[in-house]
Design a binder for this molecule. Structure first.
Ligand code: ATP
Length: 287
């Protein structure tokens, strides 16, 4: 690694010391992903710590979804290592991979529910894939997840076409939680929701993190989510994680995109920049 020093992600020194000794649940090292001659991610490094909500941001087309899909083994990488919950999928046999997959939950953009299945049946898809449970128990578990995400009990027998955008997101979250995962991947969970629906969804994610002890990896463009529920933020730029840390670290980071994003007009409407830490503390205590 020594000959690579100038290529490592730029992290704040504060972040480096604060995270020492924390339990890393996802670790990406020198991950390179490309398509043909195009390199999208180049020796990217990222750590996600147990129990945190990490917001992953970056300009459109920088590779946020590509990284998530690579971590989930839906896309191949050219080099680098990825460890999830301390295990490298490449070193596991099939039963071990299945066991690790069961500890992960995924909410894809747009929810990605099966349109021909009811909400209950959608939630039961991972149960059928990984577990061998009697139908009555699967029904009970599906109803539990439906309650957990704040949907009414009668949503169970509805089809996705009968649900609002917010209900679809909640149903998709219920499916992501079907197997009681430890690490949950959320790809733009609040996109398409109105501000009130988005704030409620953020609150749900924070509550579930607290009550279930989840770790959350959330790709988002939603500044409200970043300010209100994310413990740390990682910014993707220049094909790697350019900076990771708290909102304060973002506000202090000297990069044109980061400055424009976190200090731009929309950000200013959420947190007054001249007193960002105090304003955020007030914002948090009002949640
Ligand atoms: N399967 C693929 N084949 C070829 N190129 C791809 C493929 N998937 C993604 N890309 C390219 O990789 C780059 C990053 O795409 P990605 O969808 O990860 O961006 P993103 O940061 O998630 O963007 P957005 O914020 O708009 O969702 C884009 O240039 C995209 O065209």
């Amino acid at each position: 690694m020594a000959d690579n020093v100038d290529q490592q992600p730029i992290e704040t020194s504060k972040n480096g010391t604060e995270n020492e000794g924390r339990d890393v649940v996802l670790s990406a090292r020198d991950v390179t992903v490309g398509f043909g001659s195009k390199v999208v991610l180049d020796k990217l490094n990222l750590d996600i710590y147990r129990g945190e909500i990490l917001g992953f941001v970056g300009a459109s087309g920088t590779g946020k979804s590509v990284l998530m899909r690579t971590v989930l083994r839906l896309l191949p990488r050219r080099s680098g290592t990825i460890k999830i919950l301390g295990q490298d999928f490449d070193e596991l046999d099939e039963p071990e991979r299945n066991a690790l997959d069961m500890r992960l939950g995924v909410l894809f953009q747009q929810g990605a529910l099966f349109s021909s299945l009811t909400v209950k049946e959608n939630i039961q898809v991972p149960m059928r894939e990984y577990l061998d449970l009697p139908a009555s128990l699967m029904d009970e578990l599906a109803h539990l997840k439906i309650r957990m995400v704040g949907l009414a009990a009668d949503a169970a027998d509805k089809y996705p076409s009968e649900l609002s955008g917010g209900m679809i997101k909640r149903a998709a979250l219920a499916r992501a939680l079907a197997l009681d995962p430890e690490l949950v991947f959320l790809d733009e969970p609040t996109s398409g929701l109105d501000p009130i629906g988005a704030a409620e969804f953020d609150e749900l994610i924070a509550n579930l993190r607290d009550s279930l002890g989840l770790t959350v990896y959330m790709v988002t463009h939603d500044l409200d989510s970043l300010f209100s529920v994310c413990d740390r933020i990682a910014v993707l730029g220049k094909k790697r994680v350019m900076v990771e840390g708290t909102i304060d670290d973002m506000l202090a980071y000297d990069d044109p995109w980061v400055q424009a994003y976190f200090k731009g007009k929309r950000a200013r409407s959420i947190v007054p920049q001249e007193d960002a830490p105090a304003a955020r503390a007030q914002h948090d205590s009002g949640k």
